[in-house]
Ligand binder design. Structure first.
Ligand code: NI
Ligand code: MN
Length: 226
């Protein structure tokens, strides 16, 4: 499996010949200017919540790629109104087996509304069982005890967690989240994109080291094997 960072909370995961795209926000991200949005391929787009910094490129990319969009019911309904009909609605606690693996929709502690004011349902995250690995993408969230439940129920190989503070957990809380999740490997997201969430990288890395877990800060455009 290959994971590629496209900035902010946007990643692609390539597995079983399919490309999964998470929270498409590229054109509005100054730091992601080097990413050619026209070259992005996706078979599935997973959307954690409706905020603009997670959905700005959603409708355009859903239409250009023809990907199936996996999101909570309210986002699915909003997309249908925008003419995006290849959608798969879910809700928290549910799971669905897709051709690439199993997707669970998980709890996130955050709000969710579209730029036009439409309610986006509950903010969510995703836990994926793909190719014998378990990957947790939390979406925007504060630290919650629900993460302990995920750590008990699943053996999580990799967690992708926000570390930017102000709107989500900071790195210290994310390091604690990693202990709740019982995972040793974390990729950071939702940091540096704009002023509210600019962070000190060394301090973030140190916060994880202190709790015996490992934080990776990917460069935008960088690809890693998972
Ligand atoms: Ni948000
Ligand atoms: Mn956000």
């Amino acid at each position: 499996m290959e994971i590629r960072y496209l900035g902010h909370s946007c990643f692609t995961l390539k597995t079983q010949g399919k490309t999964l795209l998470f929270d498409p926000f590229i054109s509005g991200n100054e730091l992601a200017k080097g990413i050619d949005i026209g070259s992005i391929e996706a078979d599935y787009i997973l959307v954690s919540h409706a905020h603009e910094d997670h959905t700005a490129d959603l409708v355009a990319l859903a239409k250009s790629t023809g990907a199936t969009v996996i999101a909570i019911w309210e986002i699915h309904a909003w997309l249908n109104k925008q003419g995006v009909t290849n959608t798969h609605p879910m809700n928290i606690g549910g799971k669905k087996v897709f051709e690439f693996g199993t997707v669970y929709m998980t709890y996130a502690m955050h709000s969710s509304s579209f730029a036009d004011g439409t309610y986006g349902g509950q903010a969510a995250g995703f836990l994926l069982e793909v190719k014998g690995k378990t990957i947790y993408y939390s979406g925007d969230t504060g630290l919650t005890h629900e993460m302990k439940l995920l750590g008990e129920r699943f053996t999580i190989d990799l967690a992708i967690l926000p570390i930017g503070d102000n709107f989500t957990m900071d790195a210290k809380d994310a390091a604690l989240a990693a202990t709740y999740l019982n995972t040793k490997k974390v990729i950071g997201m939702h940091y540096d994109t704009f002023g509210f969430i600019k962070i000190e990288h060394q301090a973030a890395l140190a916060a994880f080291e202190k709790l015996g877990t490992n934080l990776t800060l990917m460069k935008i455009g960088e690809q890693l094997a998972v």
